[in-house]
Design a protein around this ligand. Structure first.
Ligand SMILES: O=C(O)CCC(=O)C(=O)O
Ligand SMILES: [Fe+2]
Length: 245
């Protein structure tokens, strides 16, 4: 059996990736296109990461969503080197998700296969000119929202991504639910709201996923976003595995 151990034991503030039941998580991703990783970060780590938003150091750019029609709210892309926790999540989660991504591509009849290590995948991104880091920190205030979208940053796409909710619903904010929509061929779209607590991660499909039907496997198109915050402040950590052009 291939060793997918991420060797992340001892990273402060984060649950070991190996502690999750990846068979169950893969099953949920196959069935629904998303799965929750409960308690991926400790409340302390969530507060610490959120507090970095106010600083300028450590980021490569800032996006005001309203200026681009992306919604309301803002986000900042981390610069390399990523904060240790963000780096540990990205490299630790990748091997688990790569084996699922390879299975999905096989089912979809796609030839692309993802290497076992994130470093090798990033080298491919960089060779193709996708060199800018994509992990990001988002901030929403009252009335803010994130329009349904897909995080595609170039030709090379890793088909799964992770978002970690850094704030506590009900205490820090109300509203602001994580939403995924799924568009099946010749059918109307379906919405799914993912219930998250502070520190929970959600793994989800970036753009499409395979679904088995009576006439074989077909492709459903997914988008994700955040519903309007009714009150308070909400921070999220976004982990995207491909880099950007
Ligand atoms: O704030 C959220 O929950 C969603 C953030 C997002 O769009 C992402 O991480 O790609
Ligand atoms: Fe996104």
């Amino acid at each position: 059996m291939e060793d997918l151990g991420s060797g992340d034991a001892g990273i402060d503030g984060m649950t070991s990736i190996d502690a999750y039941d990846w068979q169950t998580i893969s099953g949920e991703l196959d069935a629904y296109g998303s799965a929750v990783l409960p308690g991926l970060l400790t409340p302390r780590a969530c507060v610490d990461l959120s507090s970095l938003y106010a600083r300028d150091q450590g980021f490569r750019s800032r996006v005001i969503m309203g200026r681009h029609g992306f919604g309301m709210g803002e986000y900042k892309y981390w610069a390399y080197p990523l904060p240790p926790l963000v780096q540990a999540l990205r490299t630790g989660l990748y091997p688990r998700l790569a084996s699922l991504a390879n299975r999905w591509n096989q089912r979809l009849g796609e030839n692309v296969r993802y290497p076992d290590s994130h470093a090798d995948f990033l080298a491919l991104c960089h060779q193709g000119g996708q060199v800018r880091p994509t992990p990001l920190l988002l901030r929403y205030g009252q009335g803010d929202y994130n329009c349904l979208h897909q995080d595609l940053y170039g030709e090379r796409v890793f088909p799964l991504q992770v978002a970690v909710l850094l704030s506590e619903p009900g205490r820090d904010f109300t509203g602001g639910e994580f939403v995924i929509t799924e568009q099946r061929p010749r059918m109307q779209s379906r919405a799914d709201v993912v219930p998250l607590r502070q520190g929970d991660g959600v793994v989800f499909a970036v753009h499409h996923r395979p679904v088995s039907g009576t006439r074989g496997t077909y492709r459903v198109n997914l988008r994700h976003g955040v519903s309007r915050l009714r009150s308070g402040e909400r921070h999220t950590l976004g982990i995207i595995f491909h880099d950007a052009v």
